[in-house]
Write a protein that binds this ligand. Structure first.
Ligand code: PTJ
Length: 252
């Protein structure tokens, strides 16, 4: 059944359908549906909108990527299913590499995602042939990386992460930008910059900011990044969730 546009929850149901067809075409894993459900619950509490703290983190994230030496956008199944064209566009504007890095890795799914990203305009996609000498200290397939990509990156954007890789990347001295609707997740707490928002809103917002920021002086970018405080921003995100929740409960 196709969800009618008049449905009060059209947007949310439409996003679900994108993920379900992503699973059907072999892009997202079945477990990705569960991860999405968890995200949906937090998004509902946030009010399905971009909060002030999320926008603040998004601006700092774009400034960090724009001033990076080797920025890399890490792509998993959910991200490839939800925002493939937007990821390619963001990579193009920021001159960032795109690397597929999967938790439930199969070579077939990596190849399907790479083809999907190429169909959406990507000229180069890393991740199909990870370097055996460039692994991350993890005992699952997220350890597999390309030296030219995540292996030598100084800044890694990890939309929708699953925890311990974020810590491993930070321990290696890399700056990590996470997009995670759960401000209490290990990833959210460990990342250098955490954007507490839905990837379907964040990546388009990053594209818009990156276009506006085109060729700013590097000292201005450094200033934006150095003034950013992730702990403070996460606290603001939690307060905004509590605020939205008490507003909602006031409706009853
Ligand atoms: O494609 P693979 O094999 O790499 O697997 C990817 C998943 C997502 C299945 C894997 O990374 C996983 O299991 O993730 P987790 O541990 O469930 O964590 C996902 C986090 O992302 C949770 O904190 C969710 O709240 C959050 N999340 C889910 N959907 C979104 C989201 N954050 C932002 N935007 C979303 N659309």
């Amino acid at each position: 059944m196709t969800v009618p546009k008049s449905h009060p929850r059209y947007q949310s149901l439409h996003i679900r359908e994108r993920l379900v067809s992503g699973v059907a075409s072999g892009i997202a894993s079945q477990v990705g549906l569960i991860a999405h459900g968890r995200g949906e619950a937090f998004d509902y509490l946030i009010g399905e909108r971009t909060t002030g703290s999320a926008m603040h983190a998004t601006e700092a994230a774009v400034a960090m990527l724009a001033s990076a030496r080797n920025p890399v956008i890490s792509v998993n199944g959910n991200v490839a299913a939800l925002v493939p064209g937007e990821i390619v566009e963001l990579g193009r504007i920021l001159d960032a590499k795109i690397e597929i890095n999967l938790f439930y890795r199969t070579e077939e799914r990596v190849c399907t995602i790479a083809n999907h990203l190429h169909e959406h305009g990507a000229s180069e996609v890393f991740g199909e042939y990870p370097d055996p000498d460039s692994t991350l200290p993890l005992d699952h397939p997220r350890s597999l990386v390309c030296e030219e990509g995540i292996g030598s990156a100084d800044v890694v954007l990890v939309p929708l992460e699953d925890g311990d890789r974020c810590q491993a990347l930070v321990d290696m001295g890399k700056s990590v930008i996470a997009i995670d609707l759960n401000p209490l997740s290990r990833t959210a707490q460990t990342a250098t910059i955490t954007i507490v928002d839905n990837v379907v809103r964040t990546i388009p917002a990053m594209i818009k900011i990156a276009r506006q920021m085109k060729d700013p002086p590097s000292d201005r970018l450094d200033e934006i990044v150095s003034q950013y405080d992730n702990r403070e921003t996460l606290m603001a995100a939690i307060e905004e969730i509590c605020g939205a929740y008490s507003e909602k409960s006031g409706e009853f």
